[in-house]
Write a protein of this length. Structure first.
Length: 159
């Protein structure tokens, strides 16, 4: 075992031993909700990338596919972290939105990113309150991606 893995295990044991079980269980539950929303976002982006039409959206189609890949990466990070914290990662999927016109689909994606940004800001505060700086750092990386996704969609929508 490497020094990094040993240190990580010491931090994990300390977190689990020094955190109220119900508080940690609630935090893990919220992370599982985030995980389900990441799965949904990935599916929605894949579907929208296939369905968006129009010359004005040519560049955004590739971005939507890239966003789908990044949402899957977020799901992997969350799943690993939930397991690390002693939870069982969800395999559920949240609501997936679609529409018949491209602008509405992109607006739905932007709305999802805005919701994700707000959720991750809350989750980052919760991680800090728990003294779980490892999870906080992971969530901050995800938040950065979600903000970038929102900006990409705003550009695509001409906002």
């Amino acid at each position: 075992m490497t020094i990094k893995k040993i240190a990580s295990e010491i931090v994990r044991k300390s977190l689990l031993e020094n955190t109220d079980n119900q508080v940690l269980a609630n935090f893990i539950n919220e992370l599982n909700i985030d995980l389900e929303k990441e799965y949904s976002a990935a599916i929605q982006y894949i579907q929208h990338a296939a369905m968006v039409k129009g010359a004005q959206y040519t560049d955004v189609i590739g971005e939507l596919s890239k966003h789908a890949d990044e949402e899957i990466a977020h799901a992997k990070v969350l799943s690993d972290r939930i397991s690390y914290l002693g939870g069982v990662p969800s395999f559920g999927v949240d609501v997936i939105k679609t529409a018949s016109d491209s602008a509405t689909m992109l607006a739905q994606d932007k709305e999802g990113e805005e919701e994700a940004i707000e959720r991750y800001k809350v989750r980052i505060k919760q991680a800090e309150e728990l003294g779980d700086y490892g999870t906080k750092a992971l969530l901050m990386d995800i938040l950065k991606d979600e903000e970038e996704h929102k900006n990409d969609l705003m550009v695509a929508l001409g906002e």
